[in-house]
Design a protein. Structure first.
Length: 258
């Protein structure tokens, strides 16, 4: 199978298939869905952090000729860049219907909030596509791990996004259709990166550093604060166990593929 085929297939996994999986969760009774969502978020945190620290960063640092100081600077600039994107309400990850970034109190603005989240999702998915393609251009196995981490965090995000779109007046069918269209930007970003980065292997380690900073930022700034709203011991134990399971999945897949 060609490298481009790998990139397209796993971009679909990280984008369209994640949307469809999230749409399937909408078929569950709401109490079940509300109970499952925090567990999915915890698992996604582990997958993102595992991919960043156990796969992306080691591969980037192992590349010949990498300047460690430039690598550290790229990670730092990536974190600050995603902070700015979030300030512009283009990167916010919503996992509930009352997300403060996309669900304004004014009911007349609900429709605008729905469109805003679709625009933000499109931009975010395009960047995910770039990161998946950069990982595959470095190593096919790294690409698989990166796509799995993307899919892990996209599913709970898309569930939250669906809730906001429904709250904004979208029907379930329309919300699913618009989310699928938004997810297709993952493939657009992947193809653009494949065309632009294929002959630029010297900058791939720094692109991977941005991928790592993306995963770290999403896990630490967006997802972990939500876990602190469930401080009970039983919830905390479950969160730690599922975070560990996410890390273990990435570690096992990465070790097995290598």
């Amino acid at each position: 199978m060609s490298l481009l085929t790998w990139i397209i297939l796993f971009s679909l996994l990280g984008g369209v298939l994640s949307v469809l999986a999230a749409g399937t969760l909408l078929l569950l009774p709401e109490p079940w869905r509300l109970r499952a969502l925090p567990h999915l978020v915890s698992f996604a945190i582990g997958a993102l952090l595992g991919a960043a620290f156990l796969a992306l960063m080691p591969h980037a640092l192992a590349a010949p000729g990498v300047d460690f100081h430039k690598f550290g600077l790229a990670v730092l600039l990536g974190l600050l860049g995603f902070f700015v994107l979030e300030k512009l309400v283009l990167w916010r990850h919503c996992h509930t219907a009352d997300c403060e970034a996309h669900a304004p109190e004014d009911p007349h603005r609900h429709q605008a909030a729905g469109m805003l989240i679709l625009i933000g999702d499109g931009i975010h998915n395009m960047v995910d596509g770039v990161l998946i393609a950069a990982a595959f251009l470095t190593d096919v196995h790294l690409g698989v791990v990166t796509a799995l981490a993307v899919a892990a965090h996209e599913i709970p995000q898309e569930v939250g996004d669906f809730a906001i779109l429904l709250h904004s007046g979208f029907s379930r069918t329309r919300a699913l259709a618009f989310n699928v269209l938004s997810s297709l930007t993952t493939i657009i970003g992947a193809l653009a990166a494949y065309a632009g980065l294929a002959g630029l292997h010297q900058i791939l380690p720094y692109v991977l550093s941005v991928a790592a900073s993306s995963f770290i930022y999403i896990a630490v700034a967006d997802l972990i604060p939500g876990l602190h709203r469930r401080p009970h011991v039983r919830d905390t134990v479950a969160q730690i166990a599922l975070i560990g399971l996410g890390v273990l999945l990435i570690y096992t897949v990465h070790s097995t593929l290598h």
